[in-house]
Design a protein around this ligand. Structure first.
Ligand SMILES: NC(=O)C1=CN([C@@H]2O[C@H](COP(=O)(O)OP(=O)(O)OC[C@H]3O[C@@H](n4cnc5c(N)ncnc54)[C@H](O)[C@@H]3O)[C@@H](O)[C@H]2O)C=CC1
Ligand SMILES: CC(=O)[C@H](N)C(=O)O
Length: 335
């Protein structure tokens, strides 16, 4: 098949994908905050796709010996521009994925650090992307919405007045990234993730962490005390879907993107509903409820997201539904 610049605009998504994979050089990727809940699996997936040596994992913490043996790891502090720049220049980095952040619950406890890491840290990576022509991905979140946002089937473009410091910093990420794209041509991309449920990595201090903890408690204690009320519905997603979707979005041809920030969804549930799903599979499991300060955060977020534009533009599709996720989590954790 022959492609040229004047005809790419008329191509279908599969054709654009084939064109992009034929013409694009292998990226050299730097992942910051790579030892967190999402980073460990994302680095593995990117290494499978692009080669171990083309993906540099970095964090301010020490990796395990096993992680160190899987590919390059360097110390990388998003608050230190010069240090990050030396990694980019010395390794000819072409894509940067900034996963460094303080999440919603821990952000409320450490507002100054959240502001620094989520805003200044992001700003440093965005400047690097501008200066060295990098593709940059920095995730956003359902936490970028607020209590005045329509809560059901929340669209991409709507009222955004978050009331947590986490949400405010993520609106900054979205708006600054889009500004740098418009003004300087930076290839900025962002996904608004729902709460992510993972079997192999621990969540880092969010409001949705209960949806991971509940599985561990079910298998260990056959009981769980939930810090959200039983009827608090939130959008959620299983980690493998989040990672596959992210890699697919990262490599999506620029021509297929009609916007720079996309909602991404899979399913929604309440603590009562997930407890019932687990109790169907773990005999005698019971949940009690003692809401704390995280209840107000959860109440300010959407109950479900409309991600139809991601599905149309770059082919986003989740593999796991709620039952599939619960089955797989229990199999993995029982191992
Ligand atoms: N996990 C989830 O449910 C969701 C995550 N997200 C977003 O995805 C991204 C990744 O999230 P997670 O992996 O869950 O976070 P996490 O809290 O598990 O990991 C964050 C990592 O950043 C590192 N870090 C802290 N300070 C740093 C610094 N100064 N320089 C470099 N690294 C630093 C930490 O050591 C940690 O390994 C974040 O932007 C988060 O907002 C969005 C929505 C949902
Ligand atoms: C939804 C998120 O961004 C995160 N899991 C959190 O609860 O803070």
């Amino acid at each position: 098949m022959v492609f040229n610049a004047t005809t790419t605009a008329r191509r279908s998504l599969p054709q654009l994908r084939r064109f992009a994979s034929v013409t694009a050089p292998t990226p050299k990727i730097l992942v910051t905050g790579a030892l967190g809940q999402l980073g460990v699996g994302l680095v593995q997936l990117l290494r499978n796709k692009y080669g171990a040596n083309n993906v540099i994992s970095s964090d301010v913490r020490k990796p395990t010996a096993a992680m160190r043996s899987e590919g390059p790891f360097v110390f990388g502090d998003v608050l230190d521009y010069k240090q990050l720049e030396s990694i980019v220049v010395n390794n000819d980095v072409t894509w940067i994925i900034n996963l460094s952040a303080l999440l919603s619950a821990v952000g409320e406890m450490h507002m100054d650090r959240a502001l620094a890491i989520n805003m200044q840290g992001f700003q440093n990576t965005l400047e690097l992307a501008k200066r060295h022509q990098l593709r940059i991905l920095c995730p956003s979140t359902i936490g970028a919405f607020g209590p005045s946002t329509p809560r059901d089937n929340t669209p991409d473009l709507t009222i955004m007045r978050p009331t947590t410091i986490y949400g405010i910093t993520k609106v900054h990420v979205e708006l600054m990234g889009e500004y740098y794209h418009r003004r300087f041509g930076v290839d900025f991309r962002s996904l608004r993730y729902p709460g992510i449920i993972s079997a192999d990595t621990e969540p880092g201090g969010g409001t949705t962490d209960y949806a991971v903890q509940i599985f561990h408690s079910a298998l260990k204690d056959n009981a769980y005390k939930c810090y959200l009320g039983p009827d608090t519905a939130l959008p959620m997603m299983y980690l493998p879907d989040c990672l596959n979707g992210t890699v697919s979005f990262l490599s999506a041809p620029t021509e297929s993107l009609t916007q720079r920030t996309y909602n991404m969804a899979a399913f929604s549930f309440t603590p009562k509903e997930i407890s019932a799903k687990i109790a169907e599979r773990v005999k005698g499991f019971e949940t009690t409820y003692e809401p704390d300060y995280r209840q107000a955060i959860a109440d300010s977020w959407p109950r479900s997201l409309d991600d139809s534009i991601a599905r149309k533009d770059w082919g986003w599709k989740n593999e796991y539904d709620l039952d599939g996720m619960v089955d797989d989590m229990l199999v993995r954790l029982r191992k």
